[in-house]
Design a protein around this ligand. Structure first.
Ligand SMILES: Cc1ncc(C[n+]2csc(CCOP(=O)(O)OP(=O)(O)O)c2C)c(N)n1
Ligand SMILES: [Mg+2]
Length: 625
């Protein structure tokens, strides 16, 4: 057997540089590079291996330096999302805090079913120097390390305690990353001594490998069952989720909706699968859904879920489907999702599944009356959206006015990124996506801090698109430091920083639930009340962004915002557009409910009243059996 002597880290770098994914005949690098922040644990192991690869040219694996380990995982996940899960970065972190900083990112990746390869450094396998700096000494066992915390949030976890373990571990990691059902965070914990240890590796380990990402075909009998149920429907509704986008099912979905007349509602991950102004597009569904989609959901007798995991925001916590006899057909590559809500499951790739259903339903369509109803609801919906976009709601621009202006100034290929706060809800109703990559809202983990970091990954994934990060002041304060990464990598991203001095989202939620916006504003502590309801703080986030190296534009009105956006579009550097908006909205009218339990007993009138409303809503909640 021919072997080559390398350290474990050198072998891993060489292996990763030779992995490719393939779908529909198109190959691309599966692991296009490595993000990292060095410290003890990876500086000498992986760090040396990356330097050696770059110096000798023996492996092509570019290195990117992030400013926070959580940020680099977000950037990687955003990249994978843009690439329909066909490419994923690796992330190397130092021992202890550097590594555990990646756990939130890992949870986000796994929750969103997006691939990322995490390489946390681990304690000495030999235990020669225990306890090393940043080591958790655990009385329960010598093999427990902080990296065990990754197990709960990873789809695959392995600790490479001996060099030769890397071979099965690395192959398993690639299998999971490229499996659309299994994918998420994959973690290979690398003890720092093992990274530097030499071994004679079989050269075949480093051969070029192509991981075929399949399109599982539906079982004919399952197609028949699903088609039978759909044919029986009078008021069917499609819910398009992320799977529709990742499988590239937009064209098939559009044709299917046109042929059958079934209206298409979308989830956050599915928005853009059908263009917003397509005649059968009825907008976002669920807790923050649109009027048209939620009205149709109320009466729907058969719901065809395509690539959706039916999160509580999609089902409005199991209240949005109001028909007592509603039945489901779920087309999903994952059986986990296909069987949800006692559905007729259709386990398959979204695109192939839609095509199979189209064949089986050939000639069948909804009634002209139902087509008319869809048209009427969409027309009414348009009026509601236009009212939200209308300027002049108050002295400060409302967020909806900003979103209206943004809809107009951005072209169809622009990508808007958001994850947390009041914007995801507004966007789900109001964003006018025409392209499957135009709406990049991470709403599975809804992680504050995702936005700016994700801008880095999204721009790297497709530099030809304008990438626009929408970020609230709260989310910005959690993680803005990847602006420095944008600047150093020369990535032109536009960041719209929406300053409202606190949490518009959780503030409104708190108020609705009888908790009076308690603790949701960024204010001085008030000597009189003892609460955080004093004056606005002297915080200048625009100056902060400027200090990180971005160009900054100020907008005090919707008109100024429009012209700032035109300048930002023309810019060649990372540009922040800072706009003050009204913390109190107004936001678009709500058409759905979200189950957030209210205290059953309370000394506060506001809470007692909120509990009555909560209990009334609870009546509508049900399992779909
Ligand atoms: C990491 C993280 N912590 C806490 C939350 C809960 N949370 C959701 S939205 C929000 C406030 C967001 O504030 P901001 O970014 O200013 O947006 P706004 O609500 O003002 O639109 C909080 C605290 C979260 N989603 N993520
Ligand atoms: Mg805010």
């Amino acid at each position: 057997m021919k072997t080559v002597r390398l350290t474990t880290a050198q072998a891993l770098v060489r292996f990763l540089a030779h992995q490719y994914s393939e779908r529909d005949g198109q190959e691309q690098r599966l692991i296009p590079g490595v993000w990292g922040i060095f410290g003890h644990g990876n500086v000498a192991g992986i760090g040396q291996a990356l330097l050696q690869a770059a110096t000798t040219g023996e492996a092509d694996l570019p290195y990117y330096l992030a400013r926070n380990e959580q940020g680099m995982v977000h950037a990687s996940v955003a990249y994978a999302k843009m690439r329909d899960r066909l490419a994923a970065f690796a992330c190397t972190a130092s021992t202890g805090p550097g590594s555990t900083n990646m756990i939130t990112g890992a949870a986000l990746a796994t929750t969103n079913r997006l691939p990322v390869l995490l390489l946390p450094s681990d304690m000495f396998a030999t235990r020669a120097a225990d306890p090393v700096l940043q080591q958790l000494e655990d009385t329960r066992g010598g093999d427990v390390t902080v990296n065990d915390a990754f197990r709960a949030v990873s789809k695959y976890f392995d600790r490479v305690s001996r060099p030769e373990q890397l071979i099965p571990a690395a192959l398993a990691a690639m299998r999971v990353l490229t499996d659309p059902v299994e994918t998420g965070a994959v973690t290979l914990a690398l003890p720092q001594d093992v990274q530097a240890e030499a071994y004679d590796w079989p050269v075949e380990f480093f051969r070029r490998r192509v991981w075929h990402v399949g399109r599982p075909v539906p079982e004919p009998a399952a197609v028949e069952r699903a088609a039978r149920l759909l044919r029986s429907a009078q008021r069917p509704l499609i819910v398009a989720g992320g799977g529709a986008v990742y499988s590239g099912a937009e064209t098939a979905l559009r044709a299917f909706a046109e042929a059958t007349g079934i209206p298409v509602a979308d989830t956050h991950a599915g928005k853009g699968a059908v263009a917003w102004d397509h005649p059968y597009a009825v907008g976002g569904i669920g807790s923050t859904g649109s009027y048209a989609a939620n009205e149709l959901a109320k009466g729907a007798d058969v719901v065809l879920g395509i690539g959706t995991r039916y999160s509580d925001f999609t089902t409005a916590s199991h209240t949005v489907f109001g028909n007592p006899d509603v039945a489901f057909v779920n087309l999903n590559v994952a059986r986990l999702d296909a069987v949800k809500h006692s559905a007729e499951p259709l386990v398959a790739d979204a695109r192939l599944g839609i095509q199979a259903l189209a064949g089986a339903l050939d000639g069948w369509e909804v009634s002209p009356a139902y087509r008319r109803r869809t048209r009427e609801l969409v027309a009414r919906n348009r009026e509601i959206d236009d009212e939200a976009f209308r300027p002049g709601h108050g002295p400060l621009p409302a967020q909806t006015e900003i979103l209206g202006a943004l809809n107009e100034v951005l072209d169809d290929r622009a990508v808007v990124i958001n994850a947390a706060g009041s914007m995801p809800g507004d966007l789900q109703q109001l964003w006018r996506a025409r392209d499957p990559k135009a709406y990049h809202v991470e709403y599975a983990y809804s992680c504050m801090g995702y936005e700016v970091a994700a801008g880095v990954g999204a721009k790297m994934a497709d530099p030809s698109r304008e990438v626009v990060v929408l970020v609230g002041d709260g989310s910005y304060l959690m993680m803005a430091q990847e602006i420095v990464t944008m600047v150093s990598e020369g990535l032109k991203v536009v960041i719209v920083l929406v300053q409202n001095h606190g949490f518009a989202s959780i503030g409104a939620l708190s108020q609705a639930l009888g908790s009076q916006r308690f603790g949701t504003k960024y204010r001085y502590r008030n000597g009189g009340s003892g609460h955080l309801d004093g004056d606005v703080l002297p915080v200048d986030l625009a100056a902060n962004a400027s200090s990180l190296g971005a160009d900054v534009l100020h907008a005090a009105s919707v008109e100024e915002f429009r012209s700032a956006m035109e300048k930002a579009k023309a810019a060649t550097r990372t540009t922040v557009v800072h706009v003050e908006t009204d913390l109190y909205g107004p936001n678009p009218p709500g058409h759905g409910w979200w189950d957030v339990p209210v205290s059953q007993t309370s000394a506060l009138d506001s809470t007692r009243t909120a509990y009555e409303t909560y209990a009334a809503h609870k009546q509508a909640q049900r399992h779909y059996l």
